[in-house]
Design a protein around this ligand. Structure first.
Ligand code: HEC
Ligand code: HEC
Ligand code: HEC
Length: 192
């Protein structure tokens, strides 16, 4: 009798060990490398600010993009959400958060501790999650940066309209040249 259970029991232990050590897995492994959102400080605390770099931090701070989440915390925003049929405050309504933070649903798995949604539409919303390309050794080589998560927009207008469109409850119009002029932050050291 004992011999009969020995083999299945051994196999069960082996199987458990393989799952435990990751030799076999049931969950799909994330794309590798797996880029994460790190928040504005990693981009702009030391590098992307000041005249010589193109004032990216200053221009963003002065733009409405930096206040996009704060805007959702106002009674005006709550009223818009209510009128749209939501029974949650705007700042807790996924549809509103989508366009006012990352341009997509926030997945906690994609966030590092330094990420802060109250920064609204921030650098990484437009340029991609920066955990890997933020490193100076990678950033200095544009192709490497792109391979590590940096998103470059060939057609700015098409990109802006992923949020600036009539799905926005307050949408009136969007003129790319006029709007880009308000937030343009090119790097003067990069010749085009
Ligand atoms: C992820 C969504 C998203 C993307 C992408 C986006 N925006 Fe915005 N934008 C917003 C939101 C949300 C606001 C409103 C913020 C607020 O008022 O709190 C806004 C506001 C603005 C404003 C201020 C408008 C005003 O009334 O003064 C300008 C200018 C602007 N965006 C330009 C652009 C340009 C140019 C692009 C493309 C390069 C772009 N945006 C891409 C979400 C986005
Ligand atoms: C609303 C979207 C948006 C936001 C927010 C945004 N950018 Fe940009 N940025 C763009 C677009 C579009 C371009 C021009 C095309 C490109 O390089 O992708 C650009 C260009 C740049 C460039 C110039 C690249 C070059 O080769 O000249 C730098 C550097 C940059 N952004 C850094 C930042 C930093 C740092 C922040 C945050 C403080 C930021 N951006 C916030 C959309 C945005
Ligand atoms: C498709 C993207 C998108 C969605 C979804 C969205 N917004 Fe916005 N929101 C924007 C953009 C872009 C602006 C900038 C002005 C404009 O074009 O309406 C904005 C501006 C605003 C403003 C400022 C209006 C002003 O005149 O200054 C408020 C308030 C606001 N949104 C609340 C909300 C609320 C509440 C929700 C959810 C019910 C929501 N938004 C959903 C993209 C969006």
């Amino acid at each position: 009798m004992k011999k009969k259970i020995y083999v299945p029991a051994f196999l069960a232990v082996l199987f458990a060990a393989m799952v435990f050590t990751g030799s076999i897995g049931f969950t799909e492994k994330p794309e590798s490398p797996y880029f994460k959102y790190v928040g504005i400080k990693s981009c702009a605390a030391t590098c992307h600010k000041g005249d010589t770099k193109g004032n990216q931090l200053e221009i963003w701070q002065d733009s409405k993009h930096s206040k996009a989440f704060i805007t959702l915390q106002t009674p005006e925003a709550d009223k818009i959400a209510k009128d749209k049929g939501f029974d949650t405050p705007a700042s807790e309504t996924p549809l509103c958060i989508k366009c006012h933070v990352l341009g997509k649903d926030i997945d906690p798995e994609e966030l590092e501790d330094t990420f802060d949604k109250t920064q609204g539409v921030q650098c990484e919303t437009c340029h991609g999650p920066g955990s890997e390309y933020k490193r100076i050794t990678i950033m200095k080589d544009k192709q490497q940066a792109i391979a590590n998560g940096l998103i470059v927009h060939e057609d700015g207008a098409v990109f802006c309209k992923t949020c600036h469109n009539s799905d926005s409850p307050t949408f009136k119009s969007f003129d790319y040249d006029e709007y880009w002029a308000k937030i343009k932050h090119s790097d003067p050291s990069v010749s085009k």
